[in-house]
Ligand binder design. Structure first.
Ligand code: GDP
Ligand code: MG
Length: 400
């Protein structure tokens, strides 16, 4: 971003391990002897291994390496708590003890080529906040040794997660590899804003943490980029992926989307709108049954009943949206309540009557008389999205 940075910046490569004794020593040597020396001197590189108290002696290997390399640290968990927990413990340690400006998520089994690290740092230097390795973009790939089944699950699973979490918004198109495990995140403004209490915060103990950290970091507005990741086969040892992982990731994706503030608001907005529709139709019937006399002018009566019921629906929509859908932006003072209610009425006329009626007229002249179809198109294609935008951007605009 700027070329004026004089001081060094610290990047910590966080590597969770469970029974990686055959890999981790070589990985630490490789990073320290090949990867780090190739980097610009401005980067202060550190390695933090978070070991789940592996029975195979992984901790001992790292402990010895940490005596050889002063930038290499071991954090031993009291127990194997899952990879997501290991990362959050590692991030906390990296921020508090190692003064990290950037934290990497990195595997210790040589599946993530260390050669990708310099590319990722370069992107961070250009001002990105969050850079992830993608197997799905040009230059990225799955391991040569993967069979059809593994590739199929990776492709379909990744696309499904993408769809569930982000469709139809921009991150659906931008995030090509949501289940990747290779990432770097800026600490200031992002990792330091994350909830590190893994016990209460993480939706799963296993690999679904990837989706959760991705979702939350993007939600914070991180400037995001993918770099190609040529994912390799494991060097030694065994994968800790369990058969239930795919299902677990699927459930995490659904939970992230469902409990997201935006989704919750949109669902409530939909319920309130549906209720408004009921108030409008039922209300008109009730008014009519109350007002009708043997010598009523029926056309006048119908028009009047519909107008009264429509206003009742508008009042209902405004009230429920105010106290429920947009409860965190609730309008309580009298004078804004009045002005916003007037604005709400006007916008309801524009988005619910004027614009749809014009478009329905236009569609009829272009494609012939299909009123019901055009009404459906107008409600779902115009009134609902327009109302959503007006409510969010104007009536219940988030303060700050
Ligand atoms: N500390 C810790 N590390 C773990 C745990 N589960 C997996 N890991 C490590 O996380 C990294 C990625 O896991 P891996 O089994 O290679 O997953 P795969 O690459 O998707 O097959 C490896 O370095 C594992 O040793 C865990 O529960 N605790
Ligand atoms: Mg691996």
């Amino acid at each position: 971003m700027s070329t004026l940075k004089s001081s060094q910046e610290t990047a910590v490569i966080v590597i969770p391990t469970y029974n990686e004794a055959d890999n981790i020593g070589r990985m630490i040597d490789y990073l320290n002897s090949k990867t780090f020396p190739s980097l610009d001197k401005k980067w202060n590189m550190k390695i933090l291994v978070v070991d789940g108290n592996s029975p195979d002696g992984t901790g001992k290997v790292v402990d010895q390496k940490s005596k050889k390399y002063s930038n290499t640290y071991l954090f031993t968990e009291t127990s194997k708590d899952g990879i997501g927990a290991a990362y959050l413990k590692g991030f906390k340690y990296a921020m508090e003890k190692l003064k990290a400006d950037y934290v990497f998520e990195f595997d210790g089994d040589f599946q993530h080529p260390p050669e990708t690290i310099p590319l990722m740092l370069e992107a961070m230097d250009q001002g990105y906040d969050y850079v992830i390795g993608s197997r799905k973009i040009k230059g990225g790939s799955n391991p040569k040794g993967w069979g059809f089944k593994r590739v199929f699950f990776s492709e379909v699973g990744g696309f499904t997660a993408r769809f569930i979490m982000f469709f139809p918004f921009k991150n659906f198109f931008k995030v090509t590899d949501p289940t990747t495990g290779l990432k770097v995140t800026r600490v200031k403004g992002f990792v330091d804003q994350m909830n590190m209490d893994y016990k209460s915060h993480l939706l799963t103990k296993s690999f679904g943490y990837k989706l959760q950290l991705l979702f939350e970091t993007l939600k914070m507005g991180a400037k995001f980029k993918e770099v190609p990741l040529a994912f390799k086969v494991r060097n030694a040892g065994e994968s800790k992926i369990e058969p239930k992982t795919a299902k677990d990731i699927f459930i995490v994706a659904i939970k992230l989307r469902w409990f997201d503030e935006f989704t919750q608001k949109f669902l409530k907005f939909g319920v309130v709108g549906g209720f408004g529709f009921v108030v409008n139709t039922l209300g008109a019937k009730i008014f009519k049954s109350l007002l009708i006399t043997p010598d009523s002018n029926l056309s006048l009566l119908n028009a009047l009943c519909n107008a009264m019921a429509a206003e009742l629906a508008i009042i209902s929509n405004f009230t429920w949206n105010n106290v429920w859908t947009f409860s965190s932006e609730k309008i309580t003072k009298l004078s804004p309540l009045i002005s916003k209610f007037i604005a709400f009425n006007l916008s309801s006329i524009v988005t619910g009557i004027l614009i749809p009626s014009l478009v329905i007229g236009l569609l009829t002249s272009l494609f012939g008389d299909k009123l019901f179809l055009y009404q459906i198109i107008a409600i779902f294609g115009l009134t609902i999205p327009l109302n959503w935008v007006v409510y969010n951007k104007f009536i219940w605009k988030k303060s700050k």
